[in-house]
Design a protein around this ligand. Structure first.
Ligand code: FAD
Length: 423
């Protein structure tokens, strides 16, 4: 039983932090809950920033995790626009940018990730964008609208999920889009070449130009504005704006400076936590993009930069902080929307981990499920324009049962029948 006079502090006002605060209250924690975020807005969801919010279909009010009054109504003390600059584990305090110091009994680090920056000349020009925050999305949306009106060109560095989603949104505004990507296909390290090329075809059909096998080396400007970008193969690409969509890095500085154990970079980096999301300090927890968690059903650590991981990880950390026997053992889950293609991806199949890709359905019509297998066991599954299959796909992954690839690829064989008798 946790004392009512305890103070639980959450650093990071994103989805993981907001959901942790909600769970503390729904589990009847009656002590102080303090949520500190360096953004001015209360916690919001980021997926719409590269989709409906960017296209203008979703308004600002729709992206927030809770109604504005929720925090006060649930006695959650919000400190917005405040950066936690120092964590003192011995004194059990955090220091804020304004110099104030807050003592904690339990602490949750939900500091998320930040976009990687292009380390090339020209990134300070007006018209060079990153996309993580709502303010970034508002700026980019304005840029896309004006480029669309003026036959402008957007150059996107990186054909990952965010680069591709922004490309789709930009085409909706009528913007000319070029994507520069060092790998030979989009999403190469996530999906492999076969499935990656599906996205090449999809975007080409919508008028996007790809420049594969090259990296940006410089962005050149005229009167302080983006004018063109060059790649390491010597090509020059005319551009009026550039989006750097080259991935994100976990925000580990606080944890690192406080001496908490981090996961090695080659294992995804981030703050190392056990399955209950506890760090190497028993009073400090981490959840969401910043956490690299032991995941029992996978049998190894993984850092997941996805919405569902923050949605479920925040509550799991909150329960652990309350002394409950909680474990974060979800199958990683991700979704994306590009033009009329919607997909859900479950599981984890890093490059080199799988030895076979099996598709079920009509790949040409973009209505299928792809499975990544190792020795006949499903590691990951992606349903494209096929819905309500996430549960059986995740059951297959979790079961670790060896499946017959022919039956797996046969749409007339119910997915459920492949695991029956094995769970
Ligand atoms: C444009 C975009 C689109 C996405 N689309 C999808 C999608 O379609 N599907 C999907 O599954 N996932 C998607 N994601 C990923 C998903 O949004 C993230 O996994 C999720 O936001 C992680 O939540 P979090 O709470 O861990 O971190 P964040 O949302 O990053 O929140 C962390 C917060 O902590 C703050 N903070 C950090 N350090 C400090 C400090 N020292 N002091 C105070 N505050 C601090 C940060 O500024 C931030 O506000 C998308 C992400 C982006 C950026």
């Amino acid at each position: 039983m946790v004392d009512a006079d305890q103070t639980f502090v959450i650093v990071g006002g994103g989805l993981a932090g907001a959901k942790a605060a909600q769970t503390l209250r729904s589990e009847n924690f009656s002590g102080r809950v303090i949520l500190i975020g360096d953004e001015l807005d209360p916690p919001y969801e980021r997926p719409p920033l590269s989709k409906g919010f960017l296209t203008g279909e979703k308004d600002r009010a729709s992206v927030f995790v809770h109604e504005p009054g929720w925090y006060a109504n649930h006695d959650v003390e919000l400190h917005l626009g405040q950066t936690v600059t120092h964590l003192d584990r011995a004194a059990k305090t955090v220091r804020l940018g304004d110099g104030s110091v807050i003592r904690y009994d339990k602490l949750l680090l939900a500091t998320g990730a930040e976009p990687r920056r292009l380390d090339i000349p020209g990134t300070d020009l007006a018209g060079v964008h990153h996309l993580r925050r709502i303010a970034h999305a508002e700026l980019l949306r304005g840029t896309l609208a004006s480029l669309g009106r003026e036959n402008g060109r957007l150059l996107i560095a990186g054909a990952g999920w965010i680069g591709l989603e922004v490309a789709a949104a930009a085409r909706g505004y009528g913007v000319e889009v070029t994507i520069v990507e060092p790998e030979p296909t989009p999403l190469h390290s996530v999906l492999g070449p076969q499935l990656g090329s599906l996205f090449t075809d999809l975007h080409r059909q919508h008028g996007v130009t790809f420049h594969f096998g090259a990296r940006l080396t410089a962005i050149t400007g005229q009167d302080g504005m983006v004018f063109a970008a060059t790649t390491d193969d010597g090509d020059e690409h005319p551009a009026h704006a550039v989006l750097a969509a080259i991935g994100a890095a976990p925000r580990t500085a606080l944890a690192e400076n406080a001496g908490l154990a981090l996961a090695p970079r080659e294992e995804g980096g981030g703050i190392a936590v056990d399955a209950s999301l506890r760090t190497s300090d028993p009073d400090i927890y981490a959840a969401g993009d910043v956490a690299n968690a032991e995941t029992p059903h996978l049998g190894h650590r993984v850092r997941v930069e996805h919405w569902a991981n923050a949605l479920n990880g925040g509550p799991c950390a909150a329960r652990s902080m309350l002394g409950q026997d909680a474990a974060h053992d979800r199958v990683p889950y991700f979704f994306s929307d590009q033009y009329d293609l919607g997909l859900e991806y479950s599981g984890h199949a890093a490059p080199g981990q799988y030895d076979q890709v099996v598709c079920r359905g009509d790949v040409g019509k973009r209505e299928f499920i792809a499975f990544w297998l190792r020795e006949g066991r499903v590691l990951a599954g992606m349903n494209v324009n096929v819905w309500d299959v996430t549960d059986p796909v995740q059951r297959l992954i979790r079961s670790r049962v060896q499946v017959d690839p022919e039956r797996l690829s046969d749409p007339d064989t119910p997915l459920e029948s492949l695991v029956e008798g094995h769970l």
